[in-house]
Design a binder for this molecule. Sequence first.
Ligand SMILES: Cc1ncc(COP(=O)(O)O)c(C=O)c1O
Length: 425
Amino acid sequence: MPGVSSGFETVDGVLHAERVPLPAIAAAVGTPAYVYCANTIRERFRRLDEAFAGIPHHIHFAVKANSNLHVLRVLQSLGAGVDIVSGGELYRALEAGFRGTDVVFSGVGKTVDEIAHALEAGVQLINVESEAELVVIDMVAGQKGVKAPIAIRVNPEVTVETPHEYIKTGEKGQKFGIPRDDVARLCDVIRDLPNVELRGLGMHLGSQIGNADPLRDALPRLLSAIAYARQAGHPVAFMDVGGGLSVPYESHEAPADIEDYARVVRAAVQEAGLTLLLEPGRYLVAESGVLLTRVLYRKHAAGKDFVVTDSGMSDLIRPALYHAYHGIEAVSATSGSITADVVGPICESGDFFAKDRVLPDVKAGDLLCVRTAGAYGFTMASNYNSRPRPAEVLVDGERFAVAGAREQLDDLVRLERAPLQWRTA
Ligand SMILES: Cc1ncc(COP(=O)(O)O)c(C=O)c1O
């Protein structure tokens, strides 16, 4: 489909990231490594931005999807803001060059310190997710002598279809947001708090949402909450529709229909007459990234073929956590095909990238590319089984650079080296 290339194309039998052959990256930085295409991120950002041309809007990239500083800088240079969910993400965002006013702070469990740092940074909005949190924000703002700009995250309680239940957030009974029936009461509570100002209302329905139907259901509920807040005298300026745009992981899946999404959201924003905030994560970065891994062994057991790679669930947990599908390709053309499980070296039966997958007949030493790994890949990586986390590489045209160095063995123990300083209570 024109305009939606991931940046990964096969040229003369070798998979390239933009104009860089992936074997050259593997030779330079080793495997496993995440590889991101800067131009794909730029193209996705521009597409989304253009879909909302003509209405006041701001795209806040959800840092949880990919928090690499250099990836953040690519987005920052395009004019993006960020959606953060922790003090760590705030730290990264500021380090990457974002200003406080570029930041929207979401998340269901913000600590006093995180709220204090957000206020010091001068964030655009703190999204309130409970009355208890609201009271703490008011208290911290009072101590600092500032008025905290807040938004209510509404849980519109609509039906949300996602490929896995763990990525639904806007349904009844979820931990996220203020239940829609409680929003009016919270607006009244806010009126009596001296150190907060209600500047916005928003929602986030979930992730990997394939069509605009849940939005169609949820927007009227958000609009009626906005109308109540304004009627109650709150200076509401922002309407935040969250993230959730889907990307195709399997070849038969269609890309998100940005035009339909924009049509639905535009109508609501125009009705509200507010500045629109969007919080896409996956849409901007998922397809821009792959996980490059090398085949360690082939194994045949109990009538099955296994391809054992040097990367596993500690590097990319999505298949284990969400039963997520990731396309897997041989980096260099290989004849013949096999049906195999692609598994990692980790001592868990859940450590697999694919089950019963038809693959090229790869051998030990061959490179594999796990596709659509630019979102919730490295950010969810861990040191499980004491494995250093992989390198991250940014490609831009015919150039590539290490954007995150591979962890070393020393990194695994550095914070535990100090001799025990025993204390008693
Ligand atoms: C509050 C919030 N906004 C935005 C996002 C980004 O979602 P996605 O990556 O599906 O666009 C998330 C993801 O969990 C989220 O929790």
